[in-house]
Design a protein around this ligand. Sequence first.
Ligand code: 3BY
Ligand code: FES
Length: 434
Amino acid sequence: MTAPANAPLSSRGKLAASLPVEQLAEISALFEFRRTGYSLDAPFYTDPTVFKLDMEAIFGQHWVFAASTAELPEPGDYVTVDYGPYSLIVLRNDEGGVNVLHNVCRHRGARVLTDATGSTGNLVCGYHSWTYSPEGNLIHASAPGETKFDKNCFALKKAHGLEVAGLIFVCLAAEAPTDFYETAKIFEPYLAPHELGKTKIAYQQNIIEEGNWKLVMENNRECYHCDGHPELACSLFPTWGLTEGLIPTHLEEVWERNKLAQSDLEARCERYGLPHQVVEELDTRVAGIRISREALDGDGESFSADGRRLSKKLLGDLRDFRLGRCSMHLQPNCWFHFMSDHVITFAVFPINEHQSLVRTTWLVADDAVEGVDYDLDKLTYTWKQTNIQDKAFVELCQQGAASPAYEPGPYMKSEYQVEAFINWYVQRVQEHLA
Ligand code: 3BY
Ligand code: FES
């Protein structure tokens, strides 16, 4: 784990302080009187003011997953990450650390970098060529005859960056919450053996979903709907062959085979010294997490129809393909699957109250060769299908929430992680409002 390289500048004023009293009372009441155990009221998904509050209280205060190490391997490599009103530059510096800078020129505010990814020395704004060092210091502002301004006062604003086991997180708060370091200590040993620092991007997909970011997260936090994911379901459940859809046809056998598949996986993990215990603290931590290692169907190697490996190169120093999936859910915006042969990262970047960008990235060993060690279409098939199906589910819910007929419905037991996400969200916003 590397410590944050940058001290941020100031935090923005609270939205709450700027709202008319009646509107603030109305928004606070939404949180205070929401019916627990039920989905949220419509304004949580449709109201622009609630969205602004989400950006301030959640995305403005908490650690957000931005990218993986493989996306910026060399000094000068960068990605730009946008959510809500923010645009950030996440850049690999010469010391191997990560600089996080607001992508807002200190002259007249133009976006400095306009590409989603790239490699650069200094950062040059395209409007009047103000030029910043990779640390964000203004080093050149050609303005003939200009004598009266001090370049030191016009550095790009900074945010916090933290790289843990190959994942890069950013935080916009003036003081980043330190609880996240404790959460990172939980997941680091699960991820470390997969050596994400020695992976490369096989494929990255950006999907814009016509849905509020919370609907995207809620949808990810349950598999009650997984009958709608035939490609995923047949590799996800060790007993898929014994089920009809998600309904077990031979209950006893399903139970036994599940137990066997899982205990076989756990024995392998013990042999290789890989952590496999379930940690589930999704709403009891400020930096909520669920992590586990679970068996897959068929050969139990990867997300393929027969459970066989999708890349021939093992990640890191792993010695066995049959390691199931190590899956991690983090609040507020991401989830991951770490297999022996590849890794998939998922990040949700809210755009506005009714649109979200979902970025999915497939990582393989950096020496794996496309067409030789892996077939890109096969590697990405299951989750590309799943993402299309999830997008449709999210969009149906967004449409429903916009109808006057919508009212919150009850979460089923199997949706307890959705409830945990919502509880986490409500608690965090209420803390912020307080
Ligand atoms: O991606 C996940 O985390 C899982 C798989 C399907 C839905 N979700 C619970
Ligand atoms: Fe960037 Fe003028 S707005 S140089």
